[in-house]
Design a protein around this ligand. Structure first.
Ligand SMILES: *Cc1c(COP(=O)(O)O)cnc(C)c1O
Length: 417
């Protein structure tokens, strides 16, 4: 059971709302740093070193990337904009992993210029990259284990997923690259998203370690690093448990000893490209109740919309909701919590038991620190909110202002707009 608490009380939140207005996403710097340190501590045994390349898409804000950089993380990028963010915070080339798919030539060129590690998604990208940007000395290949591994609800079965090389393509890919003079290689896979089963990650490591051994025995190539991808889930529901990373680490260590060490492949660096588990639980969408509507159901209308947090509307994802300052014995009602889009999926909760609220009350939607603001969009002309950092000393900093209609119309040239 995960206690869902908010790091500030109602008065403190009201004072932040007074400065920035609602809605906004609030990120807890202290909790993000502590979590990053726990993650790294769990893997401090890896003989070849350990690194998490934070998946920038989860929370593409340079102020957050800077914090994570200070904690030793790199950046996992999959688009030009994400590469530019990683570059802006001054990450050195090899602290940037470029894991893209259906990749445009200019993004390969940008990644090459930045000396980022390129993680190729397909065997046909070898000649494409060579022609468009030239081959680097180090490349990573993304493996899709197909029916060797079951997928999960968000990504689906690996065989249906658009990502990665087949097993035989991985071997052929390394062979081709070696013939072209490459000397340094990595191996990657990512087949799940928001997965809470710890053994899943141990098994992923085993599959990759075994493939690394096969690559060594058939081609004589020693991999420099193994990238276990992202996809580590977080307990969105209060009754769920966080993935025990100490347990995952012990499991991976056993596989490392049995496969990597026994095959003489030690040391190999182990890396992840986790986004969600790094920042997800430490973000909060703060919104205010605007209207209470009673028809066939009770609807609590808030000033945030799917434009600020799409996961509930898009996947039916659960996000816990707290009402700061409401005494525990407040009477509960069953309601839908909705935004103002002309789209009936624009709901943060459906048939949720919540303490009775009234217009003007603050509501906090939990676990919005990853794939929250980032997935925002402007349908219906709704504007994306501000992002606020709650610093370690308790002060706050605006790390992204809210959009204005002027931002929305910036790409239109039309009189009166
Ligand atoms: C989305 C993604 C990640 C991050 O996933 P999380 O669920 O946020 O950990 C990492 N790598 C790749 C290739 C991705 O597409």
């Amino acid at each position: 059971m995960t206690g869902k608490t908010v790091p500030l009380d109602r008065e403190q939140l009201e004072s932040i709302c007074g400065r920035y207005g609602t809605p906004f996403h609030l990120y807890d710097e202290k909790a993000i740093r502590e979590n990053a340190r726990r993650f790294y501590r769990a893997f401090d045994w890896v003989p070849g070193g350990f690194k998490n390349y934070f998946a920038v898409k989860a929370l593409p804000n340079p102020h957050i990337l800077e914090i994570l950089k200070e904690e030793g993380m790199g950046a996992d990028c999959s688009s030009m904009a994400e590469l530019l963010l990683a570059k802006a915070v001054g990450l050195p080339g090899e602290d940037i992993m470029f894991t893209s798919n259906d990749t445009p030539a200019e993004e390969f060129r940008a990644a090459r210029e930045m000396k980022a590690i390129i993680n190729l998604d397909d065997i046909s990208h070898i000649p494409f990259l060579e022609k468009e940007a030239g081959l680097p000395e180090l490349l990573c290949l993304r493996y899709n284990p197909g029916n060797l591994k079951s997928g999960n609800a968000i990504i689906g079965e690996p065989e249906d997923a658009k990502y990665g090389f087949t097993r035989s393509q991985v071997l052929e890919g390394y062979r081709t690259l070696r013939e072209k003079g490459l000397k340094r290689f990595g191996l990657h896979t990512m087949v799940a998203s928001n997965e809470l089963k710890a053994d899943y990650f141990v098994e992923t490591a085993r599959i990759l370690f075994e493939l690394a051994a096969e690559v060594f025995h058939t081609l004589g190539i020693r991999l420099e690093f193994i990238n276990l991808g992202g996809g580590i889930g977080i307990p969105y529901r209060p009754e769920q448990q966080a993935v025990d990373m100490e347990y995952v680490s012990r499991g991976i260590r056993r596989q490392y000893e049995e496969i990597i060490e026994k095959n003489g492949l030690d040391p190999v660096q182990i890396v992840f490209e986790s986004g969600r588990m790094v920042t997800g639980p430490y973000g909060y969408l703060v919104t205010r109740v605007r209207h209470i509507k009673k028809t066939y159901k009770t609807f609590v209308g808030v000033d945030a919309t799917m434009a600020n947090l799409m996961r509930p509307g898009m996947y039916g994802a659960y996000h816990h909701i707290s009402l700061p300052g409401k005494p525990a014995d407040t009477e509960k009602v069953v309601c839908d919590v909705a935004g103002s889009l002309c789209e009936n999926n624009d709901k943060f909760a459906v048939a949720r038991q919540l303490p009775e609220v009234k217009p003007g009350d603050l509501m906090v939607i939990h676990d919005t620190g990853a794939h929250g603001h980032a997935m925002g969009f402007n349908y219906n002309g709704k504007l994306r909110s501000a992002e606020v950092l709650l610093k370690e000393d308790g002060s706050t900093k605006l790390i992204r202002r809210a959009e204005t209609v002027k931002d929305l119309f910036a790409t239109l040239e039309y009189p009166g707009l």
